[in-house]
Design a protein around this ligand. Sequence first.
Ligand SMILES: [Zn+2]
Ligand SMILES: [Zn+2]
Length: 270
Amino acid sequence: MVYVVITENDESSWGDVTGCIYHFPKRYEKYIREGVTVVYYKGKNKKKEFVAKRLSSSPHYFGIAKIGKIIPDEKSKKGDLFATIDDYQSFRKPVLAKTASGYLEKIPASKQSNYWRDGVRPINKAIYQEICSQLDDDDIAPIVDVAEIDSSENESLSFESQQEGTKKLKYVTYYERQHKLRVQAVAIHGCTCAACGFNFFYFYGEYAKDFIHIHHTVPVSELGGEMLVNPKSDLVPLCANCHAVVHRKKDKTLSLFELKELINSAAKNR
Ligand SMILES: [Zn+2]
Ligand SMILES: [Zn+2]
């Protein structure tokens, strides 16, 4: 079993969301693999504005999770990748990287001068257990989906409507899972309509920033469950108009290709 420390920056330009999606350079591909257990880490805090968002200003570990799917970032010219994150458990207290007896991570002799420069660092099981042993069991939050932590936005309302017949009990899980998939899809695909190129921010300005519908190209029921949705291949950002057209006929959902064909041929006939 492999364990990896992953660094989260206070400022990310990649749409990283804790416990949901992680963006990383190609050189870490050999460590960040499906099913690997990760420990979330933050380096020293350099700015006042982040104090409230962190467990500590010192370098520390703040959660554990598992790597889900690995997805190439097609906007990256350097071969960067995304990893979806499963089973996130946040720490209620920080685990400081440096204890009275030294660093919890063992720094190899060959890396004394530049060890901390790497944002992604493989560790062995003993070190992983050492990090976790700094906490009592109830200092590690149970597995929750990201939506429970970040319920400030109501964007999931613009997600696919709930399938008929879904029991109320299942609704909460479904809702959270949808929200998580939405966040992953937006990080991976962006907020521009994949069919017509419409972008709410460009058109309406700041007020509509980040607004977009996320469409399932394959119905969840056909995939065999929400856990099997691949946010890259199975989800697509569509503007409200295109999304409505795709679902216009009850007995058939248009593919992205078919929708583009409609747009192109209508434009030719104008
Ligand atoms: Zn559109
Ligand atoms: Zn749809």
